[in-house]
Write a protein that binds this ligand. Structure first.
Ligand code: ZN
Ligand code: ZN
Length: 290
């Protein structure tokens, strides 16, 4: 006899938001969705993979759900045993003696051992009104997977405010530069998947330009002035320098940005102004791909 037993277990929220973790092994990043926005299927805001909501439990939630389910299963099981032996005892007079389980087992209340993390920015999708929270700039709405650039704008505003109010603005800027480059990377990856299996370095503006030109006849850098392009190239290379060389401008940087050759071996300077200008230029680039 096999019988499926189902329990409904509610997962604790933080101000109505519930943590989710992407199930794509290459991503695994954390975000939050508002409990009123949850759908049976959702998209990861970072990598745009589509998942059933049930696949997006975080490790903490898994542990919590398991504990609660174990307690509920115990309550159910003891109840069934009581019923079974109680009936048997009644039917068979002396032969079977059964004392009902002392206090009719009640599932122990389980307190979660975690609280959901704090996430950078809360957003509402302008297309489908889905409410969610993510780290940094991101590509997609978990509700409709829309790559709405209004979300990009809203998120940039939040990041700029954070840099302005941060006690360690240099650190906040490093993160912001990295976010900008990874936004470009994830947008391009998703777009390119539709027309090619070719893998390139999506952090390289010119490789990506070549790929899009070849396959879809779009010049992603069209109508971008050389001055604007220089700003964007600098942000990409500075991010690389901070990721791999503690921010030091190496030969390789100079090969990519010969305009900065007098800065060799110096620490790359980051600024809110440069970030803001680069994010505007990048928006134009992304617009060409949407
Ligand atoms: Zn993901
Ligand atoms: Zn949406």
């Amino acid at each position: 006899m096999s019988k499926e037993i189902r329990f409904n277990i509610s997962i604790p929220t933080r101000d109505g938001f519930i943590g989710r973790e992407c199930n794509n092994p290459d991503c695994r990043r954390y975000f939050q969705v508002h409990s009123t926005s949850i759908k049976a299927e959702m998209f990861c805001p970072y990598c745009a993979f589509k998942f059933s909501n049930n696949e997006l439990l975080t490790k903490d939630q898994h542990d919590y759900v398991n504990e609660v389910a174990t307690e509920q299963a115990k309550e159910y099981m003891f109840g069934e045993i009581d019923k079974m032996f109680g009936q048997l005892a009644r039917k068979s007079s002396k032969a079977v003696k059964y004392t009902a389980h002392p206090q009719n087992y009640k599932a122990k209340p389980i307190q979660p051992k975690y609280t959901e993390k704090e996430v950078d920015s809360e957003l509402t999708c302008p297309t489908c009104n889905f409410r969610f929270q993510v780290y940094g700039i991101f590509g997609y709405c978990p509700g409709c997977s829309s790559e709405n650039l209004l979300i990009y704008d809203a998120n940039l505003e939040i990041i700029k405010q954070e840099i302005a109010s941060s006690q360690d603005s240099h650190r906040a800027l490093r993160h912001a530069y990295a976010d900008l480059v990874s936004t470009f990377e994830s947008f391009c990856k998703k777009k390119a998947k539709a027309f090619t299996a070719e893998t390139i370095q999506f952090q390289n503006l010119f490789d990506v330009r070549k790929l899009f030109k070849e396959h879809v006849k779009i010049d992603i850098l069209e109508n971008i002035s050389s001055h604007d392009l220089l700003t964007l190239r600098r942000v990409f290379q500075k991010r690389h320098a901070y990721e791999h060389y503690q921010g030091i401008i190496e030969e390789k940087y100079i090969r990519m940005i010969p305009e900065d050759k007098n800065l060799l071996n110096q620490k790359a300077e980051l600024s809110l102004d440069e970030f803001t200008r680069a994010s505007h230029v990048l928006r134009h680039v992304l617009e060409k791909m949407v």
